[in-house]
Design a protein around this ligand. Sequence first.
Ligand SMILES: [Zn+2]
Length: 525
Amino acid sequence: MTDQNAVLAQILVALQTLETNQSALAATVEGIQSRIETSSTVNQLKTQQLPRPTDSPSVDPKDLRQDTNGHILSSSPPPRSSIDSQRPSISLGEPVKSLPTQRRSSITSRIILTTYPGQSGIDPVPLTWGEADPQKRGPVVVSRHSKTIRKRNAIGAHGGSYSIYNALAVAAHHLDLEHKPDFTNTEPAVIIGPFPAWSDKRKIVAMDPLGHLAPWLYKDLMQPPNDLDIRPTIAVTKAHMKIPELEDSVRKGRLVPDGKICLNSTGELAVTKFAVEPVWYLPGVAERFGISEADLRRALFEHTGGSYPELITRNDIKVFLPPIGGLTVYCFGDPKAMSDPNVKLALRVHDECNGSDVFGSDICTCRPYLIFGIEEAVKMAQQGGSGVVIYFRKEGRALGEVTKYLVYNARKRGLDRASEYFKRTENIAGVKDMRFQALMPDILHWLGITKIDRMLSMSNMKHDAIVEQGIPIHERVEIPEDMVPEDSRVEIDAKIHAGYFTTGKVMTVEELNAVKGRAWEDIEH
Ligand SMILES: [Zn+2]
């Protein structure tokens, strides 16, 4: 019997080893597979052009030359006088030709305050936004590395809001400026596209459509003698995710494990994730907001403490990597189904609310709606369609948590009425909302989404922005009544009154007055 047990134990160990080896092998094969897929896509893109947009209205530079205030608008280098008039308070930078070839430290080197087009040594890598041929389109080059600084064709820095941490790491001597990223095995886990919108400069203006392939598409430019610092702005990976509420969904039979998308009775999910950093094509962003490029550049310069003088001095550079949060796409089921017009698509576009999403605050419907969105997305994928949740880092309506908590205090110390909900925010921030959904649909274009069958959102702003971009929404789905936390009635009723979608009742002002939230005293218990 003992011998038998020993043999069984040995077999078990052997089987476990086999299993480990097998998964290691599978991971290796997958790694090779994604490398092959990326390389074949890169080769395809190198030899062919991106599909041209069928309805790509081009912007006539003449139309963009001047707005009613006489501001110069983009597209071609402005007359000298306009540059001069735009730089009254900027000190001239040292000519770039005097830049030391080796920048040993950011502290001892000469500081370049700004640069000008046509200045000696300035030679930006061509970047033609919307160009169908990726080689003619060119890479986004933003690094101030000594080899790249004169060739930059973009303003700002990589990493979105984390660019500041990057600067801090340099200042604290934790990050060697000569460090070169090793991109081995970092290729996208799945390949999608290319889609016609990738070469439509009016459809994608807030992200780089080639951002996931940059180091592989422009490998030659990263080798000597160019040695350009080119980095991806999109990364694609696969993962499992576990959300406690989904275990309950399985128990109640709303979610059925299939071993593929919903993996087991704990509600564990298989997901493909796309992380996207913001890359703005300034003429396109300005157009989306109906403002002039010059006004946009000036506001971005002046209201970030004068952080990016080249917004003013380098009108020849059209791309800006802003220091803001990006977005993450959570795709359930086959990622290729997102762009398949023959299968149904369920979509939740969710703006960050850390207090609720992560920490379970009950003052709003954010986490419940997010969970509902994920559940519905999974169900759609299980039915052979596609389920997508897109998470935007726009905390507290892009006003941030400090403003958000000030609003909470003002609400709780006064009468927390639905009728006062938006006014409280406006009194403090000056606006109701700064999320500006106008740039949000870019990611839908990038994913190849051409219609939405089930839109898991009640927001009229999100709805209108998507429809304005030519993506029809067939059905809008409200958060189920039983998922609305008690204290968040104020928020949801105020939103419905302000125009959020509902199939239920829209309250009158009097009725809205009667919807009150929990008071301070209740919170302190
Ligand atoms: Zn919230």
